[in-house]
Design a binder for this molecule. Structure first.
Ligand SMILES: Cc1cc2nc3c(=O)[nH]c(=O)nc-3n(C[C@H](O)[C@H](O)[C@H](O)COP(=O)(O)OP(=O)(O)OC[C@H]3O[C@@H](n4cnc5c(N)ncnc54)[C@H](O)[C@@H]3O)c2cc1C
Length: 307
């Protein structure tokens, strides 16, 4: 029979890692199952709103989180969770590697994943020009023409990183204006090598072995043209990683897990924290705080079970 954990935490971003520290300090048997360590925080080129650090890169902050986790000797399994079911109060978490793990409670901390454009060529040129993480991939485009899809903070954060490296950066935003914060907008509009196209959509990504261009369509005239681009960074938002939760727990219209102020979901023993939840603010410090709350809620639930 499988080992029975007190808590399984799904996801190792700021929410999951904080939950792991809190549950471990309560001497619970904890397992984290995650596809990677750090989650979206790894994509942030600079974080200047996490208390205690005036400025730190996402990668450095995750390194510090990992050191903290490792000091507790918390068990970690690197895999994608594909299913979650519950029977008689016992949760079974299924992973893509065929593994099955059992626990008395589960904390969902699987965050968000990038939204895709859904245009021809996007899948074909993934890793051959199509990218979703400027912090990870921008250095590969030194001296080249690149495009950025989107007009929010993530898109402009990507454009700001790229404009220091690439020959030319074209920001392509579907809506009538850039919706990013003013501080980001000021930086890109002042840059000599950034062009901004609003009211414009990418309709196709083309190339041969590697991508070579994007086909864009003007929303007003319907006119299409081809822009040379050796890379395109797709920064059009993200979707909650909840596909493995089908029918087990209540989700809102955005497919986020609905939680109350103590991180309880609609199912006893199942808690959730961070960007995957209905809590509207999506920030590292908030995800971490919610992770702590979910861990304490799970501890209280387990104490009640023991009585
Ligand atoms: C470009 C960018 C810049 C940002 N800049 C800032 C900033 O400056 N300041 C700030 O406060 N916030 C910033 N954010 C937001 C911040 O990164 C997120 O709010 C935070 O990372 C959310 O943490 P989380 O733990 O809830 O989820 P995530 O960070 O999304 O982590 C989720 C974890 O779950 C794992 N996972 C997902 N699905 C599965 C599955 N099925 N099975 C197993 N594991 C799974 C993932 O691999 C990951 O480890 C930024 C985000 C981006 C994208």
């Amino acid at each position: 029979m499988n080992f029975m954990y007190d808590v399984i935490i799904i996801g190792s971003g700021p929410a999951g890692m904080t939950a792991a520290v809190y549950t471990s300090r309560k001497r619970l048997d904890v397992l984290i199952i995650s596809e990677n360590v750090g989650g979206q925080a790894m994509y942030s080129s600079e974080i200047d709103n996490y208390l205690g650090y005036k400025y730190i890169t996402g990668e450095e902050l995750v390194e510090k989180f990992s050191e903290h986790i490792n000091s507790f000797g918390i068990k970690q399994e690197f895999a994608q969770v594909t299913s979650l079911r519950v029977e008689d109060g016992i949760f079974t978490v299924g992973a893509c590697n065929g593994g099955e793990f059992k626990a008395k409670s589960v904390i969902i901390a699987s965050g968000k994943t990038p939204r895709m454009l859904g245009v021809p060529g996007e899948k074909e040129y993934l890793g051959k020009g199509v990218a979703y993480c400027a912090t990870c991939d921008a250095p590969m485009f030194e001296g080249l023409d690149v495009a950025v899809a989107g007009g929010g903070n993530s898109a402009l954060d990507a454009a700001i990183q790229l404009m220091k490296i690439a020959r030319k950066v074209t920001i392509i935003e579907k809506g009538p204006r850039l919706i990013a914060d003013e501080i980001f907008r000021d930086k890109v509009t002042a840059a000599p090598n950034v062009e901004i196209l609003t009211g414009t959509t990418i309709v196709e990504i083309r190339g041969s072995k590697f991508m070579e261009s994007v086909v864009v369509e003007d929303g007003a005239s319907g006119e299409r043209r081809t822009l040379p681009a050796r890379g395109v960074f797709i920064e059009i938002g993200s979707i909650p990683a909840t596909s493995y939760l089908k029918d087990i727990v209540d989700l809102n219209a955005n497919n986020e897990v609905i939680v109350n102020c103590a991180c309880h979901t609609s199912l006893p023993g199942l808690f959730a924290a961070g960007d995957v939840t209905s809590v509207p603010e999506k920030q590292v410090i908030i995800a971490a705080g919610e992770g702590a709350k979910a861990a304490l809620a799970s501890y209280k639930y387990l104490i009640k079970l023991r009585r």
